[in-house]
Each structure stands twice: as C-alpha cells, then as structure tokens.
Design a protein around this ligand. Structure first.
Ligand SMILES: Cc1ncc(COP(=O)(O)O)c(C=O)c1O
Length: 435
C-alpha cells in the first residue's frame, strides 16, 4: 500500500469523512493532524501549529520522539501481543521500572485511563470486603467469614465491610473517564443523564474541603479517590495542605488514598507526581496518558504493599493488558522522563510560562492556575466563555483547548524549549492582552 492510498490529502475531506463516519461525541476544532515532530504539527496543506494540548497531556515527549519511536518500532518488528495465557519479555521490565519510578510495590497494567480508574475501584472494594488489617501489623489478608460481624469492629482499624455495601468518596467537578461505573461517580449530569442505571457506591464531596472528607467517611468507606489537581475540571489546584490533610485523614480512618494522576503525573506538574508537592503518597496511584509514551495505550493502577495482592486470578484481565509494543513505548517514556530531566524542565519552564502570563496583566484574565506545564488561564466571566479565544489562538498557531466554560488549558510537550514558549507567548499576548 502506498501512503496515498491510506491517508486523506485535504483537511476538508478529513473533516467531512470524520463527521460522516465517526459518532460525534467530540466537537473538534477545524485542524487536521497530518504530521508531527516535537512540539510542531502540520495539517495536510502544510500549515504549521504549535502543540499546546499534547493529547490532553499524553504527549510528554512531543510527537514522534526518537527514543519512543525506536522502542515502539523495534518491538513492532519482534512480535505482537500474544495471549496473557503466556508471559512476554517486555511487560515485566516495564513493570519493574514503573514500580521503582513510583516507589510502590506492584502494578496492574491496563490500557485506558478510565479502565485504570475502574481497577482502582475494584481493588479498593475488594480490600474493604476482605482485608483485615490491624494497626501496625504486617499486611496479611484474611477472608472475612462473617462480614457483618467484622463491620462492627469499625474503630479498631479493621475492615471487613458487608459485601456490596462499600462506599468510595470522590469530589465534585471530578473527571475520571467515561465508563458507566466511572461516570456514575461524576457530578456532571451531562456525562451521565441518559446512561442509567448507574453504579452505586459513590459519595461526592466538595473538592479541597478536608472537613467534608472527614465528615463523609463512614464504616462503609473504603477509599477516597481524587485528582491532586483537577485537570478537566478547569485546572483547579486545591488549597495548600489539602493533599497532606487527605492522607492524614485516610490513614487515621483506615481508608485507602487513591490519587488519579492520569493527567498530572509523570513529570507534567514539575514533580514526578503532583501529590509530591505535599508528600501525600497514596495507596493506589492511577496513571495513564503519557505512560504509553504517545503511541502506546498503557494505563496502570500502581499499588503499595497494602493492596498489591488484593486482586487474584481470575478476578481481572484484558486482552491487551501487557501489550508488548505499548509496554516498549511506556518503558522508553519512563526512561525519557529521567534521562532528559523532563520533570525538572516542566517545573522550571512552567514557572517561567506562568510568570510571563502574569506579566501580561491582561484585562481579560481572571486567574492563572496550575503547576509545572499544566496551566489553566481563566478568563473573566463577562467575556462569555473561553471558546472564541481558543479559536483565535488556534488561528494564531497555538493548539489548545477550553476546560470548563471559562478556562483555557495549556499543556505543551515537556520537551518544549524556552524559545518555543516565547514564540507562543508572543501570540498569546496578541489574543489575550487586548482591550
Ligand atoms: C484525571 C483523569 N482521569 C481519567 C481520565 C480518563 O482517561 P481516558 O480518556 O484514557 O480513559 C482522564 C482523561 O482526560 C483524566 O484527565
């Protein structure tokens, strides 16, 4: 097959075919990807734009990074996914390096972010039903024979919740994905209105509110699951002390702490993980997006010792769980983060980017939020929403998007240079700093 036979040659054709054949669950801006290198992308007509969204954070290394591409292609030439009924010689190396990178015990790999969130929910629920964990004890698990009896031991640091009654606490304005179970835990009606019956077992509390967390915990609570910065929710950074406070409460009440770092992790926010700003290490760390390097689809529920052995055969699995090509890309991404200092780079350049945005003193900007290279610029609400500004930015050469109504999100590849940021700032100034 030649390239011409399988690629579309004009933007118009791509847009028309997309709208004709793909179920329209997104409303894309009218830019068509035809080529990408680093932070730059081109449409079929050869028009160049800067990548400032990075597949919602998934392209930490930019487009077609040589190391990731080489790993991906090398493995694609060796063999393709075999059955999980056998072992392969790539996934274990990826898992080892990920576990070391996260300083955790074991990883449950899967493919999409929402699936990893589902796995964290499964682990937390089963832990609640089956784990008997005494304060300060080693981490043995015991089957609970009489679950109702053991539930009465609440307060003695013992779980053993009656089957099918576990509760997980999440936050308003969260975004954890689109499966039925995950949308059941959303506070956004538009994500779940027509998809009931929904999955029970979730309690929502305001984000950033430790008193609400303390109050919401009951003998049936198995976990608190939240984003350390709400990405899709408008790049909302919680008040200082929140992450640490949540950890303290979870430990005190014998509830698992689960951070969804699918968007914020792997260097994006200027630390390996955003929870590290407050040293609030979770029991389960959920990763995705850049974990697959860009070309791979790898997500993970990374577990500490306490929960590492909760799921057993045959309680979970998926055809592409240890996909060797995806795992090869993931391994290359993990090494890239470390070898090229992407975390430190995100920290420094993120500070620079935010400081320069502040210096603009734009009359249109209400607030600039974020950490590292995850940046939200909330516009004044009287402007009527961020969308027209996003359109202007795209026309000016910057691919970004709007999260919630009034906020523009910038999440460039972590390999971006200061010069490239300056290129973007010049255009941003024109669009945002006007009268
Ligand atoms: C924090 C967070 N969790 C989960 C997801 C869902 O990931 P996926 O789209 O890969 O299912 C996203 C996606 O944007 C996310 O930002």
């Amino acid at each position: 097959m030649t390239e011409r036979e399988w690629s579309i040659t004009t933007s118009q054709e791509a847009i028309e075919m997309h709208e004709r054949y793909i179920v329209q669950t997104y409303k894309p801006h009218k830019f068509v990807y035809a080529r990408g290198r680093g932070v730059w992308v081109w449409n079929p007509e050869g028009e160049r734009k800067m990548e400032m969204l990075s597949c919602y954070s998934a392209l930490g290394g930019g487009h077609c990074h040589r190391n990731i591409l080489q790993a991906f292609v090398r493995q694609a030439r060796r063999y393709w996914p075999g059955s999980n009924a056998f072992y392969n010689d790539v996934a274990p190396l990826f898992a080892k390096e990920l576990v070391e990178f996260c300083e955790m015990a074991k990883v449950l790999p899967i493919n999409t972010g929402a699936e990893a969130v589902e796995r964290a929910i499964k682990i937390a629920r089963k832990w609640g039903y089956t784990c008997k964990e005494n304060a300060g004890d080693s981490l043995g698990f015991e089957r609970v024979v009489d679950a109702v009896e053991t539930a009465k031991t609440w307060g003695k640091k013992t779980k053993g919740i009656p089957l099918d009654t576990a509760q997980i606490i999440l936050c308003d304005n969260n975004f954890h994905g689109r499966t039925i179970t995950v949308i059941s835990a959303s506070s956004h009606d538009k994500y779940k209105r027509y998809f009931g019956p929904l999955t029970p077992g979730f309690t929502l509390i305001p984000y950033g509110d430790l008193a609400a967390l303390e109050k919401a915990i009951t003998p049936y609570t198995v976990a608190f699951l939240a984003e350390p910065i709400q990405g899709e929710g408008g790049v909302v950074v919680p008040p200082e002390g929140y992450l640490k406070g949540a950890k303290r409460i979870c430990e005190k009440r014998n509830v698992l702490l689960v951070w969804d770092e699918i968007q914020t992790g792997l260097g994006r926010c200027g630390k390996r993980f955003a929870y590290q700003y407050e040293d609030a290490k979770p029991d389960i760390l959920i990763l995705g997006k850049f974990l697959g390097g860009g070309p791979g689809q790898v997500s993970a529920a990374v577990c500490n010792e306490k929960v590492a052995s909760v799921l057993e055969y045959p309680e979970d699995g998926s055809t592409f769980q240890c996909h060797p090509i995806d795992c090869a890309a993931a391994l290359a991404a993990l090494r890239l983060i470390q070898d090229e200092g992407l975390t430190e780079r995100a920290f420094e350049l993120g500070n620079y980017f935010r400081a320069e945005l502040e210096k603009m003193k734009s009359p249109r900007i209400k607030e600039i939020r974020g950490r590292g290279l995850l940046i939200g610029v909330e516009l004044k609400h009287e402007l009527g929403g961020a969308k027209p500004f996003v359109t202007k930015l795209i026309e000016a050469g910057i691919l970004c998007n709007q999260t919630r109504e009034h906020t523009i999100r910038f999440a460039p590849p972590l390999v971006i240079t200061r010069r490239e940021i300056d290129w973007a700032l010049k255009r941003l100034k024109k669009v945002l700093a006007g009268p």
